[in-house]
Design a protein around this ligand. Structure first.
Ligand code: GAL
Length: 865
């Protein structure tokens, strides 16, 4: 039985049909060398990753709909073990962890699911997704042929599979899950595990298959994946990948749409034209399943980010941004590529491709069937030169590093370097509402509680020598105090001749604050590439008792690499006092240290806001370490996504109405080097190629899901480690600014032409510039720029070139003002010819406004808390 449409074709007409019918298969999923075979039908599929716990259930329907509108057939997610089984045998599938609900919603939208059970995930997720209790099982060694590990891995994998089966969620049962994954990228690091790696992988394969899901399993980056497991590729490009058996389809489980960011580093971006190029190349060379990692990256709420040092934002430069808004033109351009691929699907699944050379770095691939179907891909993989090629008697302009897709082997439906989609500039807008709605008010609206320096808890304990942090805290908190008192006699060399003493601390990381007799004397933080810290802090020892309190902290646990789970953290030493004058050294490393796991405020549950200890006085402490802050506020009006601008704060954690929005760290500024204003899409991409935010905070804005806010009074609690001024914090909403488009006379005709016209009509169609306001209840209110001729620059900074038609602005205004969307043919017939013989283009920037002014978040005064 196949009763829903699985086609999820990208063309709008087909999408309307798909939307009408919820998913209901009842078909086994198999595969052959050309693709997955679902209910007996071979498919070319397009997928995107959305990790359900990186957004909220309230956001899921919209994210799924936007995925479907973007031309996806499949949504892919990891299942994070540590989220669902935080304590052994105690499961949690509530709220954001409601995996069944997420899978059902995807199915109800008419899309399919690829469930990556792992249970190792990587994913910049704390500890790669493993629960911490796993680490404490005697004799365990993760991800190898080790009985205790295998027993737990099997138990959790079976638990998830059975849950899905009980809800009839596999395609074989009528549900949306068409594919699963076991392990993740083990092949990248398996050599470190010696011979056991192979026996482990064979075991994992047969364990997975024995669970009898009725759908195939994949292992990604696993060239020796045993039959019947499909080995799949991950990377920025996978067109050259070949599976390890002739009967397996060419699958790409992670086409990285961008890259993650880490505190202290610039923020990576991947140009839409390059992502589109990689996708088109993959389908050109026989690919049949591609997944964007991520399609929506989302947010690492709470303490879920890994790394260490992964930011709270997991935006990933994905087609849907962290806040759920379309990232344009990436989303729209990929949608066009998907539509073009879908126009070829019949030919693609029916035959093998034939690739021929059209010249150096020029390739033509043709899928031609006996029944007369023909689809072609023309690629220019040179990263410098645009060329015009001759193919089947016609000439085609191929910019450098681009692919043209010809669904009928004649007409270009899309060229990956020529973007037809609208571009938008999304921005944070300071929240504007009546000033100061705070309920608590002692001038500032903030109250506070000081976190004591050093040991304050009854559960503190002593140990001889320095303890590794993760084994000590079991990751119950980011924080571990190491405390010691040492008595310095008046005649000791440290105190003589005015010599200064240095406190030396070596730590595996990830950060450290050092206090001497209650005063902060120094601090240090590692970074993503080297989390360790080693500091020499000058201190003035005093005669008598000298108290050394070291607050060591983690910033998300390691998630990648061979034996990553055993990488430690914390002050493992040495800790020494060094006299600068006479070289005297006292090693404190093996002394009796007192330890406290976590903070007093954590033990008291201050994050909920309820305690009688909150102090409200005009003397609010600012720029002092270790302070808990609290305020109440009214939620920003409107429906736009909400963020907090933490400028003015140092580093810490934040809670809204008791829910952790994650670690904030606006003071961590990205290095100055490596950013480019404009980003060249031509040539092999790497994360360091197109970065932004150099010399600025890696992350200044932090997402507060709308559903965590309530009408009336809301509570915000912060724990500030290093010192900050909470009165500088402000709210912002995420808005779409201008919309732009820049279309040349050589751009492909709009894809919609393929739906309504025959070949003859297509021949007459012309390149067209379309503008589209991002939301239904908006209209184009102003044309900020319009130029036909040789305009230059990018969206937001267009300028007229030497040649420009005088008619451009008025023509565009006439066609667009007051409408939600408009289209204009890009040709001298529309605008007059301002300069004969020169290739021309039309560039437009416009702004949209709400039809209902109440929804407008602009206007008014800036509001600080
Ligand atoms: C891959 C891994 C993903 C994610 C990605 C980087 O190697 O499979 O889980 O970590 O790298 O974002």
């Amino acid at each position: 039985m196949i009763c829903g449409t699985v086609a999820a074709a990208a063309l709008d007409l087909l999408l309307i049909l798909a939307a009408a019918t919820p998913f209901c298969f009842g078909a086994n999923v198999t595969y052959d060398h050309r693709g997955l075979v679902i209910g007996g039908r071979r498919r070319v599929l397009i997928s995107g990753s959305i990790h359900y716990m990186r957004s909220t259930p309230q956001m899921w329907p919209d994210l799924i709909q936007k995925s479907k509108d973007g031309g996806l057939d499949v949504v892919q997610t990891f299942v994070f073990w540590n989220l669902h089984e935080p304590i052994r045998d105690q499961y949690d599938f509530t709220g954001r962890k409601d995996l069944v609900k997420f899978v059902k919603l995807v199915g109800e939208a008419g899309l399919m699911v690829h469930l990556r059970i792992g249970p190792y995930a990587c994913a910049e997720w704390n500890y790669g997704g493993f629960p911490m209790w796993l680490h404490f099982i005697p004799g365990i060694v993760m991800r190898t042929d080790n009985e205790p590990f295998k027993a737990e891995m099997k138990r959790f994998t079976a638990k998830i599979v059975n849950m899905m089966k009980e809800e009839n969620l596999y395609a074989s049962q009528g549900g949306p899950i068409i594919l699963s994954q076991i392990e993740n990228e083990y092949g990248n690091i398996d050599s470190a595990y010696g011979k056991s790696a192979q026996t482990y992988i064979s075991w994992a394969a047969s364990m997975a298959v024995s669970l009898d899901t009725g759908v195939p399993w994949v292992m990604c980056q696993q060239s020796d994946a045993p039959n019947p497991i499909i080995n799949a590729c991950n990377g920025f490009y996978c067109d050259q990948f070949t599976p390890n058996a002739n009967n397996k389809p060419k699958m790409w489980t992670e086409n990285w749409s961008g890259w993650f960011s880490s505190f202290g580093d610039p923020v990576p971006r991947r140009p839409a034209a390059d992502t589109a190029f990689s996708t088109a190349r993959f389908y050109q060379l026989g690919g049949s399943f591609l997944n964007y990692y991520m399609y929506h990256g989302g947010t690492n709420f709470g303490r879920t980010s890994g790394g260490p040092f992964i930011t709270t934002s997991y935006d990933y430069d994905a087609p849907i941004d962290e806040y759920g808004l379309l990232r344009q033109p990436k989303w729209g351009h990929l949608k066009d590529v998907h539509s073009a691929v879908k126009l070829c699907e019949e030919a693609l699944v029916a035959t093998d491709p034939t690739t021929t050379s059209l010249g150096p770095k020029l390739e033509a691939t043709v899928y031609k069937t006996k029944s007369g179907l023909c689809a072609a891909f023309l690629a220019n993989v040179d990263d410098q030169s645009d060329v015009t090629v001759n193919f089947s008697g016609n000439s085609y302009h191929l910019p450098a590093w681009s692919v043209s897709i010809l669904p009928d082997c004649k007409t270009v439906a899309i060229n990956t370097a020529k973007i037809n989609s609208v571009a938008t500039i999304s921005k944070f807008v300071r929240q504007l509402s009546p000033k100061d709605t705070t309920v608590e008010d002692a001038f500032s609206g903030w109250s506070w509680i000081n976190e004591p320096v050093g040991i304050s808890s009854n559960s503190a304990f002593t140990k001889l020598g320095l303890q590794e942090q993760i084994n000590t805290t079991a990751d119950k908190s980011d924080y571990l105090w190491y405390s010691l008192s040492t008595t310095i006699k008046g005649d000791e060399p440290f105190l003589q001749d005015g010599s200064r003493t240095v406190l030396h601390v070596s730590s595996l990381g990830h950060g450290l604050y050092a206090f001497h007799n209650g005063q902060l004397v120094g601090s240090a933080k590692g970074n993503y590439s080297d989390p360790s810290v080693s500091v020499d802090i000058p201190i003035n020892l005093v005669s008598g008792e000298n108290k050394i309190d070291l607050l060591s902290l983690t910033v998300g646990l390691q998630n990648y690499g061979a034996f990553y789970d055993t990488k430690g953290a914390g002050v493992t030493g040495p800790v020494q006092l060094k006299g600068s004058h006479n070289q005297a050294t006292v090693d404190l490393s093996s002394k009796l240290w007192t330890y406290q796991i976590g903070l007093r405020g954590e033990e008291l549950g201050l994050f909920t806001g309820s305690s009688s200890e909150w102090i409200m006085q005009p003397t609010l402490p600012k720029n002092q370490p270790l302070v808990w802050y609290k305020t109440t506020f009214e939620a920003p009006t409107g429906s736009s996504p909400v963020a907090i601008d933490f400028s003015g704060m140092g580093k810490g954690q934040a809670w809204i109405n008791g829910q952790s929005i994650g670690r904030y760290w606006p003071r961590r500024v990205a290095s100055n080097a490596g950013c480019t204003e404009s980003c060249n899409y031509r040539g092999s991409f790497s994360p360091s190629r197109c970065m932004k935010n150099c010399g600025q905070p890696t992350q200044q804005f932090y997402h507060v899901p709308r559903s965590w806010l309530q009408p009336g009074s809301n509570t915000m609690v912060l724990f500030e480690e290093m010192g900050g001024d909470p009165t500088q914090i402000s709210f912002a909403t995420r808005e779409t600014g201008s919309i732009c488009s820049h279309i040349s006379e050589t751009h492909p005709i709009p894809l919609s032409t393929w739906m309504i016209s025959d070949e003859e009509m297509r021949k007459q169609a012309q390149p067209t510039l379309s503008l589209d306001c991002p939301l239904d209840n908006q209209v184009i209110s102003e044309i900020l720029f319009a130029s036909f001729g040789t305009p230059q620059g990018a969206c937001g900074s267009f300028s007229h070139g030497e040649c420009s038609s005088k008619e451009a602005l008025s023509t565009v205004e006439k066609a667009c003002i007051g409408l939600r969307s408009c289209s204009i043919i890009v040709s001298a017939d529309t605008f007059g010819d301002p300069c004969g013989g020169i290739a021309k283009s039309l560039a437009v920037e416009a702004s949209c406004k709400w039809l209902d002014p109440h929804e407008d978040a602009y206007g008014g005064s800036i509001r600080s808390l």
